[in-house]
Ligand binder design. Structure first.
Ligand SMILES: Nc1ncnc2c1ncn2[C@@H]1O[C@H](COP(=O)(O)OP(=O)(O)OP(=O)(O)O)[C@@H](O)[C@H]1O
Ligand SMILES: [Mg+2]
Length: 230
């Protein structure tokens, strides 16, 4: 892969279009999204249900393919990579935090954080995973199963898991949607600090929640398939 040579130039998105097939032809969900983040910047994207927020994250993380436009993370367009390199890009360069924590129910907190490292284990994975659990305030819960954790604790495990490969880009889809106010504020604090854990990390969070979105240094609104400053 050539991405290491590209250097840390940030996230550059231009003219991003996404059409989904629909009975009447296609449904245009994104219609020319532009977004630039410098290394270390964190942004929120707010907008109504169904406006395309999750779709945007799926395109940024190379889970879905754009119909048109360009995504570049540190100069690399993941949609131009081979399938193998694209899988490596998703694993090493991008971290996802979803509304539902998506933890493996039969695995402990520590095992869940380590799960993304299993296809390509490296020295220090275990100590990094333990340090991240400590960082999210769960050093006393490493051997707990998800069923033995509160909602906020589960989401904090999910954040540690998303960060275990030290991704350049952390993508968060309504990560506090299932939490009460206090737990939500704690999770938001962690996401805002995520950039500081590894220098230059960028964060994109999508949410309906104006209070959560308003805490991010850069704020965008999605409407009519485009982003505007908000
Ligand atoms: N795989 C798909 N095939 C067809 N249409 C889809 C698909 N995924 C999403 N859509 C449609 O695209 C639009 C945008 O969906 P998306 O999930 O991105 O919205 P959202 O802004 O994340 O909404 P919410 O806030 O409710 O999560 C919706 O109208 C949805 O029905
Ligand atoms: Mg969504």
């Amino acid at each position: 892969m050539t991405e290491a040579a590209a250097g840390p130039t940030g996230l550059e998105v231009s003219g991003l279009v996404k059409d989904y097939p629909a009975p009447a032809g296609f449904l245009r969900v994104l219609d020319g999204v532009d977004l630039q983040l410098r290394p270390g910047e964190a942004a929120s994207v707010m907008g109504a249900s169904g406006c395309g927020k999750s779709t945007l994250l799926f395109l940024l993380g190379a889970i879905e393919t754009p119909s048109d436009g360009v995504v570049r993370l540190d100069g690399v367009d993941p949609h131009e990579l081979s399938l193998d390199d694209q899988a490596r890009f998703r694993r090493d360069r991008v971290g996802f935090v979803f509304q539902d924590h998506c933890l493996l129910p039969q695995c402990t907190a520590l095992e869940n954080v380590l799960a993304p490292t299993l296809p390509d284990p490296r020295e220090g994975d275990r100590s990094r995973a333990a340090a991240l659990l400590d960082r999210v305030g769960l050093s006393g819960r490493v051997d707990h199963l998800p069923a033995e954790l509160s909602g906020g604790e589960k989401q904090r495990v999910a954040i540690a898991r998303a960060l275990v490969r030290a991704p350049r880009l952390l993508l968060c889809d309504e990560p506090t949607g299932n939490l009460d106010g206090e737990s939500a504020a704690g999770v938001a604090d962690l996401l805002l600090e995520a950039g500081a854990l590894d220098e230059g990390r960028m964060v994109v969070l999508v949410t309906h929640d104006a209070e959560l979105g308003g805490r991010f240094p850069k704020r965008y609104r999605m409407h009519g398939g485009r982003l505007t400053d908000g």
